[in-house]
Design a protein around this ligand. Structure first.
Ligand code: SF4
Length: 259
């Protein structure tokens, strides 16, 4: 199936139900995905060999921030300032080695040109235990962290993390926020290499809810597959099933939204 890459460092604005008018920052290369995960549903396609960590072609921090400033000035002149300045793009933004410096500058630009905008980071939580990354994340207003599985087996099947990122590390990283985070979870069923993959089973959902009870997120966002995926044979979960899962999340005392 066809997947896509963002071909700009500053992209959008995208208008979304989640974040409103969202101006995106892609710190990853514009021609290649770089991510510590290799999710079977990733809209950017498979993570190429050797692209699980920082490497060539990452955004130049100075250029990126000049571009962000000029877009914010333009949007201010057009009276169309963003609701969110969102780190996302072609992979995992926190892998950029200058993420902390970039975050500090982004917050300063937000304060100067778009003080009502929230700074949002979409992350897979693999690097949260790095002190510089955690410091940067705490400067953001919205920490949107991925948790797609209840068990290690399903985590490995869906997220296919680089070997150093075990499931327990991800869970411990999510606890570091003391509840000041949003969890986002994509639900799917399917097959890969003849193995059944299903994070919607009762066992998986129960285990996942158990983790939520520890993590205590302020919001849980759940999704079906909405775009082309690199793996074929994946099933789009019905709205009824997502409603059933959302009910369980709400009964456990969490705010939950289906997207
Ligand atoms: S964490 Fe995000 S960017 Fe990385 S592989 Fe998964 S969906 Fe793609």
């Amino acid at each position: 199936m066809s997947t896509f890459l963002f071909n700009e460092t500053i992209f959008g604005p995208v208008r979304s139900r989640r974040f409103g008018v969202s101006l995106g920052i892609n710190l990853l290369p514009c021609n290649r995905k770089v991510c510590s995960f290799n999710c079977i549903y990733c809209e950017c396609g498979w993570t190429p060999d050797g692209s699980h960590g920082a490497g060539d072609g990452l955004a130049d921090p100075e250029k990126a921030m000049l571009e962000l400033e000029s877009r914010l000035i333009q949007m201010a002149n057009e009276h169309d300032l963003p609701n969110s300045i969102t780190f996302a793009g072609n992979g995992e933004p926190t892998l950029h080695p200058h993420f902390l410096a970039i975050m500090k500058k982004t917050v300063a630009l937000r304060d100067k040109y778009a003080p009502k905008a929230r700074v949002t980071v979409l992350s897979n939580a693999t690097t949260v235990n790095r002190p510089d990354v955690f410091e940067a994340l705490l400067l953001a207003d919205n920490h949107v962290m991925k948790l797609d599985a209840g068990t290690e087996k399903t985590y490995k099947q869906i997220n296919q993390a680089a070997s150093s990122y075990v499931f327990q590390t991800i869970l411990s990283n999510l606890l570091l926020f003391n509840g000041d985070l949003t969890i986002q979870t994509l639900f799917l069923r399917g097959r890969k290499d003849n193995e059944l993959i299903d994070n919607t089973s009762d066992e998986e959902v129960e285990a996942w809810l158990g983790h939520l009870k520890q993590i205590k997120p302020n919001l849980v966002m759940i999704y079906p597959i909405a775009r082309d995926t690199p793996a074929d044979k994946l099933e789009v979960i019905s709205h009824e099933k997502l409603e059933e899962i959302a009910q369980k999340v709400a009964s456990a005392g969490f705010n939950v939204e289906i997207f």
